[in-house]
Write a protein that binds this ligand. Structure first.
Ligand code: NAP
Length: 249
């Protein structure tokens, strides 16, 4: 059976994706900053490893401990709702460090084994916010749009080596820990110029009366990217994501 390594399995899309691949008989290397094997079903086909994608030693150790893998899913990431003008550079650096450079580091770490075997799939989870100029997510969007950009170039570079690369773009999912983590980074909510925008946008973040994305939608899109060579380069995940993708094309 093939082996998938997934980043950010402690919750949300990563956790759901690990469950789906275990259910479908794959070997799963579920990685987390703080390993909690008990949140996944016990299985002989599951390994849980520590991995912080912003730490080069952690990346090298996890990829070495995982052994040969067939599919890498770069899912780990976080958001920060802040107007561009007010985004502390420290927060901007942290967003790019995790969402962009962490994804790049993992991609670089597995590519040599994929090239040598003339096989392998890299799936990078970005976001449909990259498709629209939404307010308060400017730097987060930039960190994910950068992943879209390098992933699409990478796909052209490694296709001759037999390596496939895909993007999965989820829509808004209030069900994961994403919003709670993003709230920890919220900044400028009381700024007189931006307070009305915050009120409007944050109310919309909680709205569940409109189409949303559920974790199984994302796991299913990642599954498709892994097994279906005819899957498009950009795969929308979630009812809202599919609408946005259709409107963007
Ligand atoms: N939920 C949404 O609305 C939404 C929409 C579009 C795209 N996305 C993207 O989908 C992905 C998964 O998000 P989610 O909704 O499932 O959120 P989530 O429940 O907060 O999960 C995010 C995961 O990323 C991990 N992570 C964060 N920084 C990390 C690092 N430096 N190294 C390793 N792991 C790290 C977290 O681990 P810890 O537990 O250690 O923090 C957690 O496991 C993210 O890339 C996110 O940007 C989310």
């Amino acid at each position: 059976m093939p082996t998938v390594l997934i980043t950010g399995c402690s919750s949300g899309f990563g956790l759901e994706t690990a469950r789906l691949f275990i259910d479908r008989g794959w070997n799963v290397v579920a990685t987390m900053r703080k390993p909690q094997p008990e949140i996944l079903p016990s299985s002989e086909r599951l390994i849980v490893l520590a991995l912080d994608i912003t730490n080069p030693d952690s990346v090298a150790q996890a990829v070495s401990d995982a052994g040969p893998i067939d599919v890498l899913v770069n899912n780990a990431g976080f958001g920060a709702p802040i107007p561009v003008e007010l985004t502390p550079l420290e927060t901007a650096r942290a967003l790019f460090e995790t969402n962009t450079l962490g994804t790049l580091a993992m991609t670089q770490a597995v590519l040599p084994q994929f090239r040598e075997r003339s096989a392998g799939v890299i799936i990078n989870v970005t976001s449909t916010v990259t498709l629209r100029p939404l307010p308060l997510v400017g730097v987060y969007r930039a960190s994910k749009a950068a992943v879209n950009a390098f992933t699409e170039s990478l796909a052209v570079e490694v296709e001759p080596f037999g390596v496939r690369v895909r993007l999965v773009l989820p829509g808004r999912s209030p069900e994961t820990r994403f919003s709670a983590t993003a709230r920890e980074h919220l900044y400028g909510v009381d700024h007189p110029a931006y307070a009305p925008l915050f009120q409007r946008v944050l109310a919309g973040f909680q709205d569940t009366t409109v189409p949303i994305t559920r974790a199984p939608d994302v796991a299913q899109a990642i599954w498709r990217a892994a097994i279906d060579p005819t899957a498009p380069m950009r795969i929308a995940a979630g009812a809202d994501a599919e609408l946005w993708m259709a409107q963007a094309s």
